[in-house]
Ligand binder design. Sequence first.
Ligand code: NAI
Ligand code: MG
Length: 350
Amino acid sequence: MKICVLPGDGIGPEIVAQALRVLDKVGDKFGRGFETTEALIGGCAIDAEGVPLPADTVAKCRKADAVLLGAVGGPQWDTIDPAIRPEKGLLGIRKELGLFANLRPARLFKELADACYLRPDIVARGLDVMVVRELTGGIYFGEPRYDGEKDGERFGFNTMAYFEHEIRRIAKVAFEAARKRSGRVCSVDKANVLDVSRVWREIVIDEHKNYQDIELSHLYVDNAAMQLVRDPSQFDVVVTGNLFGDILSDEAAAITGSIGMLPSASLGAGNPGLFEPIHGSAPDIAGKDLANPLATILSVSMMLRHAFDMGEEADCIERAVEKTLEQGYRTGDIVQEGGKAVGCTAMADA
Ligand code: NAI
Ligand code: MG
C-alpha cells in the first residue's frame, strides 16, 4: 500500500511523524507493508516552491493509494497574496482528487466525558456519530450566483443544485460506511421547503434499494440540528449536502469538546482518499512536542478502514487509543484540571 504523506505546517510534521510510527507498528503486527513518500503542501510549499500545491505533490498523491495530511497554515503566511495562501493547497488537492465525500466521525471516548458540553445522562447514552457530507456540489458551487444590486438595493443569491449522480454517489458512500458501523443512516434535507431536497430524498430512497440491510431514516435539517444536541445517541451515519453537512459536522465535533481527537476522511471515486485531523496547524504549540497526535492517529485508522479495507487493523488502532486514555494519558488539550499532561511523542508511545 502506497501512502503519500503531506506533513504541512505548524504541528503537522510532529503529529504525522507520530501517526506514522503507529502505522509502522500496525504493519509489523499484521504483516502489512506500507510504503510512504513525502511531499510539500501549504506554507512549507510556498517557501520552497512559491505555490501552496506544487505539481509534484499532485503527481505523488495521484500515484498513491491514500494520502495522509497533517495541517497547513500559520501566521507567517497570513499577509501573503490570497491567491496562493496555504489553505489553497488544501482546497486544491481536494479538487484535484475529486474528493466529493467528507466523512467526519464525532466520537466521545467515555474517559473524556468530562470535556463534553452535554448533560452527563445524555453523554452516558453514547456519542458516536459519523457525518457524511457532500463536498463538491450544492450551494457552495451552484450556478448562477450573484453579488450585486437589483431594484436600487444590494442583492445577492446562490443556487443549491444537485444532480442525481451526485446524490447517488454520496448516498452510496454513506450506506457503505454504515455497513462498517451500526447499519443505520439518517438522510438530512429540507424537503418540506426546497425542491432540490425533494430530488435528494427521492434519489437517496432509490439508492437505498441496493442497501436493504441498512436502516434508512430522514430528518429535516432544523430538526436534525436540534436532535443532535438533544440526544445524539439516536444517530449513527448522517448523510447530507454540502451546506447542511458543514454546519452539522461542526456541531457534532463541538459537542465532543476536543478538537485534538477528531479525524476525517475525504473520498473520491477512483482516486486516493485523503485522511487528516480536523484541527489546524496550531502555531501556538508548534515545535514543542505538545500537540495531541490522536486525531491524526485516528485518521490513520480511517485510512486503513476506508482506503485499504483493513477493518481489523483499524479497530486495533481505535482500541489502542481507548486503552491509552483509560490508562490516564492526556495531552494538554484534553487534560483535566490538576491532571498531568504528556507530550506528543509520549502519547504516541503509549
Ligand atoms: P487550530 O485548529 O490550528 O487551533 C485551534 C486551537 O486548538 C489552538 O489553541 C491549538 O493549539 C489547539 N489545537 C489544535 N490542534 C491541536 C492538537 N492536535 N493538540 C492540541 N491542541 C490543538 O485552528 P486556528 O488556530 O484557527 O488556525 C491555525 C492555523 O491553522 C491557521 O493558519 C489556519 O488557517 C490553519 N488551519 C488549517 C486547517 C487544516 O489544515 N485542515 C484547518 C483549520 C485551520
Ligand atoms: Mg466548517
